[in-house]
Write a protein of this length. Sequence first.
Length: 193
Amino acid sequence: MLEVLKFPDPRLRKKSVPVEQVTGEHRQFIDNMLETMYGFKGIGLAAPQVGRLERIVVIDTRPREEARYEEIEFTDLEKKVPQPLVLINPEIKQKDGKVTYDEGCLSVPTYYETVERAKHIVLTYLDKEGKKIELEVDGLLSICVQHEIDHLDGKLFIDRLSPVKSNRIRSKIKKFGYPDPDEDEDEEDHKEL
């Protein structure tokens, strides 16, 4: 498994560069990202979170026994998307509506806050084989895609909070660090994006 960087690591604040050509090395890295995401019980992971500044994201919002979240009902659009989803050079072309969700993050573990995102998005990306695809999504998948694309731009979900909430989380992390994940394992019922 790859090491997941945690806030306030400065590498999480850097903007990722596009992948010029998808290679076998990229495909191996993507497999390692998926292993890491599943190993940390997450539903999304962006390359900058594991120290690589390329525009690569992996996502799997399907219910899994080990994932930390309540049962969800997929929308019709979500049901059509095969997962895990690999997004290389993702770009949101259209967004509409608003939705709020209690987001968490593998790079800000154990902290959750309500974030507002677009409800429905259309995006383009390259798949693992380098083929260009256009995808329309809503629901949790849309939220996760937006969260992970933020990582590619050097943003974290705490940047989308009010200054008061954001500063409170930053202060707690600075003062106390992160709790041992083994101690809280059964207490959380959230998704780590």
